[in-house]
Write a protein that binds this ligand. Structure first.
Ligand code: HEM
Length: 415
């Protein structure tokens, strides 16, 4: 591409930008986008890995694997919900600062964007179909029914992930948007094609399900071992499978990361050998070394660190991934999200962070405390007065928040 062609692409991107501007500093949107993407992909990986264990255990005629499969199905069900809910957050942030890119990519593949939701619903239904077919069975070592549904669920989840991957890849090629829209001189309004992908990049993000789920298995043992009815032999076995998954999985993922870096678009220049290009892969490999050194023997304390470690590593990878996007769009095409027009709105910015910290914090603290205690209690769990008070506080905070929402809304409306 010559300089005038690049300039045309740059102008096109700026022309597509929302003239209304953004309500706070663009860097805040990017920061939150990176953070919430790291959380999204962590739960996606947990969901994929625990689904894979569910399937493996269902097909393997082995009591321990069958038990583990049943336990991991519970985690997979929750992880899908969390992955979907947390997936909305990076979507909101990316569409604010990269609106020309996100919407163009979505319109170019509109059928797939709508199909995404339908496929996801079927994937979720298939998982629940499998769950309901087997939830009444007390003996978890028996061969489960309807294994095909779990296979269907995992396959559809992967299709959903591939659609997301493709939309993200299309963002990185603004120079090709017009070509995709105008195929052989004919405008293509259909939105029926996914135009770009990088299978190494996709494989990398999916493969991280192996070490992340390994971290889950190690944590699972640590969490369950304090129960009076704990079966230590089974739990130790589960943790040893987990450690192996962290070590082997991280090496596989690091290799796929290198393959991704070797195949990034030419417009990324020398990103692969830059600090952010290298650190992502190094951190993934570091997980294997950490597991080898810190998860030795009983490693009671570090067991709980296995998942936060995975999140920190995921966060570094998420920053690298964002730097790659910035490197291409700003570095090559001269489109800088940082120069977005700012129409400062302190109330909504403050409100966002307060909601996040206080409303989200108190409600989550209550739910997580309950979930934690229930998981470690044999029989029926009765909350302590402190936990009950936590619940009451959470309800009050929610009520006050809802009230202020309407009061401010009506006040603004009446102006
Ligand atoms: C449940 C199945 C899902 C899977 C397997 C999945 C997988 C993925 C993967 C692999 C990526 C990384 C793509 C890349 O950078 O190459 C990604 C990114 C993303 N996903 Fe998901 N995802 C799922 C569901 C969702 C849902 C339901 C939402 C939103 C409602 C969502 C929102 C996002 C967003 C916003 C990104 C980042 C886009 C960007 O930065 O350009 N995902 N997802």
């Amino acid at each position: 591409m010559d300089a005038s062609q690049v300039a045309q692409v740059t102008d096109m991107m700026y022309a597509l930008r929302n003239p209304a501007g953004v309500p706070t500093y663009p860097i805040i949107f990017i920061g939150l986008g990176v953070l919430t993407f790291a959380l999204h992909i962590l739960f996606v990986q947990l969901m994929l890995g625990t689904s894979a264990i569910t399937i493996f255990g269902a097909f393997k005629d082995d009591a321990k694997w069958r038990r583990l499969a049943a336990a991991m199905l519970e985690i997979s069900k929750v992880s899908v919900s969390v992955a979907i809910v947390i997936g909305v957050a990076p979507l909101l942030f990316v569409q604010v600062v990269y609106d020309p890119h996100w919407y163009t990519s979505n319109v170019l593949s509109a059928n797939w964007v709508i199909g995404f939701i339908i496929i996801l619903i079927f994937a979720y239904w298939a998982m629940y179909a499998y769950y309901f077919m087997n939830s009444k069975e007390k003996d978890k070592t028996k061969e489960p029914k309807g294994k095909i549904w779990m296979l269907v669920s995992l396959a559809l989840m992967l299709v959903v992930g591939f659609i997301m991957h493709s939309l993200t890849s299309q963002i990185l090629h603004p120079e090709l948007w017009k070509e995709w829209y105008l195929q052989n001189g004919v405008l293509d309004y259909s939105g029926s094609k996914l135009h770009a992908n990088n299978l190494w990049r996709f494989a990398f993000f999916i493969s991280m399900a192996i070490p992340v789920t390994g971290g889950m298995l190690v944590t699972y043992r640590r969490f369950k071992m304090v129960r009076e009815d704990a079966d230590h032999e089974y739990l130790n076995w589960a943790a040893s499978v987990g450690k192996k998954w962290i070590k082997v999985g991280s090496v596989i993922s690091a290799a796929l990361y290198v393959a991704w870096m070797l195949t990034i678009p030419e417009t990324a220049g020398d990103f692969a050998t830059s600090f952010w290009g290298i650190i992502g892969g190094v951190m993934v490999l570091f997980y294997a070394i950490w597991a080898q050194v810190r998860l030795n023997g009983e490693a009671m304390f570090c067991s709980y660190m296995a998942l936060p470690m995975a999140l920190v590593i995921g966060l570094v990878v998420a920053i690298s991934r964002e730097m790659l996007r910035y490197g291409i769009l700003d570095g090559f095409f001269g489109y800088d999200f940082m120069d977005y027009k700012i129409v400062m709105d302190w109330y909504s910015t403050g409100m966002f962070f307060l909601t996040f910290a206080i409303v989200g914090g108190s409600v989550l603290a209550y739910y997580l405390t309950i979930a934690w205690k229930v998981g470690q209690t044999v029989g029926v769990y009765t909350p302590s007065p402190f936990v009950n008070r936590l619940g009451t506080i959470a309800l009050w905070i929610l009520a006050i928040w809802t009230l202020q929402f309407f009061v401010v809304g009506f006040y603004v409306w009446a102006q």
